[in-house]
Design a protein. Structure first.
Length: 261
């Protein structure tokens, strides 16, 4: 089971909040909400306090979602499809955000919803969070696809993908040995193929990756976190289960920048 809040997630969140673009978006959302004054906030608060109120909500909700969605999606990614994993992660984050919303409303407005109002509030927040999570997931996938194809139009996809059904062909994530088969995992699914690992690795083409274990190969751009466990290491990927790194391959993943030197 991966760590609930791996250090990489916290580092990424700090990095996101250090980006001016993040604050521009959050401020823009807060200004729009302040101008619209939903939920009678236009009558309860003056313009500047109302903008501060909505900025508090947007920053809090963004931070909670950033901490919860990626690890939950990672855990569920190997059990259900990527879209369902994202929706479930958004729902879990929505529950946490509901508590954040109630805490902010109580602190600033002195408003504590009665028992009958909690479920409608939670339903609204969860629905919004799920929709936003799925929309951002679509945007991330499109940006990743554009990044992969821009400037590399002449580069052919790895021939290994030709062995997969069309609906499972996507960004290569990992290749693992299972008995006489290899499990080829992409961001769109996985498939068992009867072949040797050495033959599979020759078909990964120009995808930047490393064989980190005698049974595992990973694409470097799919690694989201790495941690030491004794004389070995464990890699967390964007999709699928964690991958063990053998002691003999620790130097290689350090050289690739996945572990501190």
């Amino acid at each position: 089971m991966p760590d609930i809040l791996p250090p990489s997630t916290l580092r990424e969140m700090r990095g996101q909040f250090a980006r001016p673009a993040t604050w521009v978006v959050l401020l823009g959302i807060a200004v729009v909400l302040a101008a619209l004054g939903p939920f009678e906030t236009d009558a309860l608060l003056r313009p500047l306090p109302r903008a501060a109120f909505w900025l508090t909500h947007t920053v809090s909700s963004y931070g909670i979602a950033f901490l919860i969605v990626p690890p939950v999606r990672q855990v569920l990614g190997s059990l259900v499809g990527p879209w369902l994993a994202s929706a479930c992660a958004g729902a879990v984050a929505g529950v946490a955000i509901t508590f954040g919303v109630m805490a902010i409303n109580a602190a600033i407005l002195g408003y504590i919803p009665h028992r009958g109002a909690v479920l409608p509030l939670a339903g609204t927040v969860i629905l919004i969070t799920v929709v936003v999570t799925l929309v951002l997931d679509v945007i991330d996938r499109e940006m990743a696809r554009s990044t992969t194809t821009s400037g590399k139009s002449a580069a052919k996809p790895p021939t290994l993908l030709d062995r997969l059904p069309l609906e499972k062909r996507g960004a290569l994530v990992s290749v693992s040995v299972e008995d006489h088969y290899v499990r080829i995992r992409t961001d769109k699914g996985e498939e068992l193929v009867l072949m040797r690992l050495s033959d599979a690795l020759r078909e990964t083409g120009n995808v930047a990756g490393l064989q980190v274990h005698r049974s595992h190969w990973v694409a470097l751009d799919q690694v989201t976190a790495a941690r030491r466990e004794g004389d070995r290491a464990v890699l967390t990927l964007r999709h699928g289960p964690e991958i063990s790194v053998s002691r003999a391959n620790l130097a290689a993943i350090r050289e690739a920048g996945l572990l501190p030197r």
